[in-house]
Design a protein around this ligand. Structure first.
Ligand SMILES: Cc1ncc(COP(=O)(O)O)c(C=O)c1O
Length: 375
């Protein structure tokens, strides 16, 4: 199965990246890797296991399903669900000892009701909207009132309060970060003066952790940085983050085609010379738009173009200029081969998508091969 298309995950580099963040914060600051989206395609359980062993305090995920997968496979550390768990989800949150983000009193009260029924307590973190305007209770007195009421619910433990920055990588981001941080600290301070003490306070994700030490508070939530992803090239280089994933396949068929012939469907690509064409068993079914947008692959340490329409399952490369090419040769579609790299950041720029979208588009059924120690 693993020789059609596969993903190699360099666990040593995952750990190296994590250690970079560990060194960035003082040793009282907890580290919470955010491993949503199947750990950006790396495979959520293995990444959690490795980082748990290397000192992650707990993990952030988007949905209940992700949290349950981790618990069922034996991850014992705290797991904070960053999204909303509604209705029947509450029972799972409580029974699996998960921690739930809440953005309103109504939501916390629903959890509390279920916790009372189960004769348990539920741990929650209050999300405060300080400027991203996605989830979270509005900062200011509204958040203070909601926080106070949540803390009074009998079966709720208000363990944390947090926010998420809207923009940390621009020239003027410091102003946004300053404003959002002030708003979070205001709510925390007002709650404290009303007798509500909340042990954990967090705001920084990858960018703020690297660029704004004042945002570390007592926990940071690192997502894309674990996989070496940071949008600013200069920052990435300065910090020394490493690539963690290589997408590979093999040439399954080779043929020579005369000049003037179309390759693949339609007439998008017509050969200009007699050409060696290699077929790889990968298409949009496996990797979404990656191949049709990046248009390049590495084989025998040479960059070659992906030509013609990219179909569902089999795509074509022009390998005319690659000496000694043969069926079975390994092809890299993302990541490094020899001294050449197809850099995910460049592909993201070409595609005009969010950082992380390329990795997240790699289908979960592509086998992941882990290089390096899990423990
Ligand atoms: C609430 C929250 N915290 C942390 C993160 C991690 O962000 P990053 O990938 O920039 O580290 C995310 C990612 O989307 C998030 O939504």
């Amino acid at each position: 199965m693993a020789d059609r298309v596969w993903i190699e995950v360099k666990l040593d580099n995952v750990v190296k990246n994590f250690e970079i963040f560990k060194k960035k914060v003082n040793d009282k600051v907890k580290l919470m890797p955010v491993i949503k989206g199947n750990a950006h395609g790396h495979g959520v359980y293995v990444i959690a296991k490795v980082l748990e062993l290397h000192g992650a305090w707990g993990f952030g995920v988007a949905y209940l399903e992700e949290a349950l997968e981790l618990r069922k496979k034996g991850i014992k550390t705290p797991i904070l669900i960053l999204g909303i768990s509604l209705g029947d989800d509450a029972e799972y949150v409580i029974n699996y000892d998960l921690t739930q983000t809440v953005s309103s009193l109504k939501h916390a009260a629903e959890l509390s009701k279920v916790a009372s029924k189960l004769d348990r307590k539920v741990k929650v973190h209050l999300k405060v909207d300080t400027g991203l305007h996605r989830l979270g209770v509005d900062w200011g007195q509204k958040a203070v009132q909601v926080g106070h009421s949540i803390a009074s619910l009998p079966t709720v433990k208000l363990e944390g309060i947090f926010t998420h920055f809207s923009n940390v990588y621009n020239e003027n981001s410091y102003k946004i970060v300053e404003k959002q941080l002030y708003r979070l600290l205001y709510v925390k301070k007002e709650l404290a003066s009303n007798g509500v003490r909340i042990p954990l306070i967090h705001a920084a994700a990858t960018g703020a952790t690297l660029l704004f030490p004042e945002t570390h508070l007592n926990m940071v939530r690192i997502g894309c940085g674990i996989y070496g992803m940071v949008p600013l090239r200069s920052l990435r280089k300065r910090v020394g983050l490493k690539e963690t994933l290589t997408l590979k396949t093999k040439i399954v068929f080779l043929k020579t085609v005369p000049a003037g012939e179309n390759i693949s469907y339609g007439d998008m690509y017509i050969t200009k010379r007699p050409s060696r064409i290699a077929t790889i068993p990968v298409g949009f079914d496996d990797v979404g738009q990656l191949l049709s947008k990046s248009r390049r692959a590495l084989v025998r340490n040479k960059e070659v173009p992906i030509i013609g329409v990219v179909p569902q399952n089999f795509s074509m490369l022009d390998v005319t200029d690659v000496l000694g090419i043969k069926e079975g040769d390994e092809v890299v579609l993302l990541g490094t081969q020899g001294d050449k790299t197809i850099d995910m950041h460049e592909v993201v720029n070409i595609m005009g998508v969010a950082l992380g979208e390329v990795y997240s588009a790699l289908k979960a059924n592509i086998p992941r091969i882990y290089i390096g120690q899990i423990n």
